[in-house]
Design a protein around this ligand. Structure first.
Ligand code: PRP
Length: 222
């Protein structure tokens, strides 16, 4: 079965976009306008003379658009993939957006030792599922306090004893008197593909995966 819709690629806005665009360009995928400055959420683009389009959306929403088939492919952080577990293919590690997901806390609390089995703590995070799974394995009763960002603030105002968040340089932790306790996952951005799109547009999507694979390799060697 052939699908003649314009191939749609969902991209995360925010800091990851800066690393995504050069990789896409190296693979021959170029938006027709500057996705940093436009207020448009859907931007036309080109793939070697074939029309494509880009959706510029929040990182956590990329999984949803691709799972629903509203986008054929997308670029999503491993953090979102682990948290939301969308039914999508994940054919390529793009080796950008590299960071780690950690349990962190105020220096004094972390130095006092990991929470004891059976103890109760409050954990601020946007990764409710992953945080609760982790503390279950530790036998710690964690009350998950859901936040949408700036998790580092929660311990400072006495709202949580720990946070589960992404750490890249460690600068935000340090500036707020927090330290890492445990690394849960290494994180990077992944190419994801809707399974039905892959079945119906195997040739085009396969070519893009191959081009991005080469671009990732070339960047690693460069
Ligand atoms: C991320 C993350 C940390 C920070 C880590 O937040 O949630 O707060 O970056 O980076 P660092 O270790 O280099 O300091 P981001 O700035 O993406 O915004 P958010 O809090 O809205 O998620």
């Amino acid at each position: 079965m052939n699908d003649h819709r314009v191939l749609t690629i969902a991209l995360s806005k925010g800091r990851i976009l800066d690393q995504t665009l050069p990789l896409l360009a190296a693979a021959g995928l170029t938006p027709a306008e500057d996705v940093h400055t436009t207020r448009k959420l859907m931007v036309d683009g080109d793939y070697h003379g074939t029309a494509v389009r880009f959706l510029i959306i929040r990182a956590a929403d990329v999984c949803t658009y691709v799972e629903q088939g509203a986008a054929d492919m997308g670029i999503a952080g491993r953090d979102s993939l682990l948290e939301y577990r969308p039914r999508v293919y994940e054919p390529l590690d793009l080796e950008i957006g590299c960071c780690r997901m950690c349990v962190c806390g105020p220096k004094g609390l972390v130095e006092a030792g990991v929470p004891e089995r059976g103890s109760r703590i409050r954990v601020a995070t946007k990764y409710d599922y992953l945080a609760s799974q982790y503390f279950l394995t530790q036998g710690v009763q964690a009350e998950i306090i859901h936040l949408y960002g700036s998790m580092e603030l929660a311990p400072l105002v006495g709202m949580a004893e720990r946070i589960v968040d992404l750490v890249e340089t460690g600068g935000t932790l340090k500036a707020n008197g927090l330290v890492e306790e445990t690394t849960l996952f290494d994180i990077s951005s992944r190419l994801i593909v809707n399974p039905a799109s892959f079945a119906t547009r195997r040739e085009q999507i396969g070519a893009i995966i191959a081009a991005l694979t080469d671009a990732v390799k070339a960047k690693g060697e460069g």
